[in-house]
Design a protein around this ligand. Structure first.
Ligand code: SIN
Length: 374
């Protein structure tokens, strides 16, 4: 049968379109259906650095029926295999394997997941079979997990935490490239001894310094005061700076065998607030309180009374700030009330350090020294 020239042209165009769209289509389909919780993916080349990807959920594993939905999607919907298979280019950079630790939105990451993740990372990094770790995570509380790991991972091998602001199913999703960059950073010999790093938007941030600053923008992670460790640009990883604070192998914190962390709550300072919030925290079992104080970690007269009552009952109270940047400095009132100051840690990171500090000691002078060292 003879085919008309016009039909042949149409057939060629549709075949070409199908071939070009195939990777996109197959990813979208699996993206909408895949929810596996445990898996292993082994790469072919063994001479490459061996990087383990530990998945915890978040938008980077988010899925929606609509490819323009960037706010109403389900975070933590896709399994680790889908994330790895979506970025086959990673396998040219590293010998990749994956493991699912959790699959939740990061507001649901709790102390139990933190301890599980940290212990697993320490176990993996102690082995010659793993050269570096990438953790996929929701961005909302990513900095808390990263700073926790920065304080408890007992290895100089690279650990990179990565997330995304757009779900995997969105047009122009940022997760695939962020993940590719994270693997490149973790595979780079210069990443050794840099502490836990965060990779988003082509920047490499130190867990100690970087914070989420915007609700939906892809450039949300900023390290305004202390700057970034480096960048990924034009297929290369560039390191420029290094954190001056103690981290990973150089901390005194060790979560091996720890099954629970002390309750530390955060109270927010605002006009006309009530000191009853301090009493409520203490009554519900808080061993520590971090205050997101106004300005330089200032407390109202009412908060100061609440904080003094908490300190009298053996609770450690640390002043941080709600301003979003800057150092909280010592004040005369600290000596009067017994409060400590958070240095440049924001409230959510001050809470992480205070929880770990309280696993070691209740001595205020020692705890204050931790806030100056870590
Ligand atoms: C989350 O933190 O799990 C949701 C938001 C995000 O990952 O960007």
């Amino acid at each position: 049968m003879k085919l008309s020239v016009q039909w042949k042209q149409k057939w060629c165009i549709s075949m070409l379109t199908a071939v070009l769209l195939m990777p996109v289509m197959s990813y979208s389909v699996s993206a909408a259906t895949e929810t596996s919780t445990t898996s292993q993916t082994t790469a072919v080349q063994t001479s490459l650095p061996k990087i383990k990807i530990l998945a915890t959920g978040g938008t980077i594993a988010g899925s929606s029926e609509s490819n323009t939905d960037v706010t109403g999607y389900k975070a933590g919907a896709l399994g680790i295999d889908v994330l790895i298979n979506a970025v086959p280019e990673m396998k040219k950079v590293a010998d990749i394997s994956g493991e699912q630790i959790a699959n939740v939105g990061s507001p649901d990451i709790d102390n139990a997941v933190l301890l599980q993740l940290a212990n697993r990372i320490n176990e993996l990094l102690a082995s010659d079979d793993v050269d570096g770790i990438v953790v996929t995570h929701g961005t909302d509380t990513l900095e808390e997990t990263a700073y926790f790991l920065d304080l408890v991972v007992k290895s100089d091998k690279p650990v990179v935490v990565v997330g995304a602001m757009r779900p995997a199913t969105a047009i122009s999703a940022d997760g695939s490239f962020n993940l590719y960059n994270a693997v490149k950073i973790a595979s780079n010999p210069e990443a050794t001894g840099k502490g836990v790093m965060i990779a988003l938007n082509d920047r490499i941030g130190a867990a100690r310094y970087i914070t989420k600053t915007n609700t939906t923008g892809t450039d949300t992670f900023k390290s305004v005061e202390q700057g970034y460790l480096g960048v990924v640009s034009g297929d290369k990883v560039y390191f420029y700076n290094q954190s001056t604070r103690k981290h990973t192998a150089n901390t005194i914190f060790d979560v091996k065998g720890i099954t629970e962390l002390p309750q530390v709550d955060i109270l927010y300072e605002y006009q006309n607030n009530g000191s009853y919030l301090y009493d409520a925290a203490v009554a519900s079992g808080a061993k520590g309180i971090v205050v997101a104080g106004s300005g330089n970690g200032s407390l109202s007269t009412r908060s100061s009374e609440g904080a003094a009552r908490a300190v009298d009952q053996g609770v450690t109270v640390v002043r941080s700030t709600r301003t979003g940047s800057g150092v909280v400095t010592p004040l005369d009132s600290d000596a009067e009330i017994g409060t400590l100051y958070a240095d440049s840690l924001n409230p959510q990171k001050a809470r992480i350090l205070l929880m770990l500090a309280l696993t070691q000691t209740k001595d205020p002078t020692t705890i204050q020294s931790y806030f100056e060292a870590y």
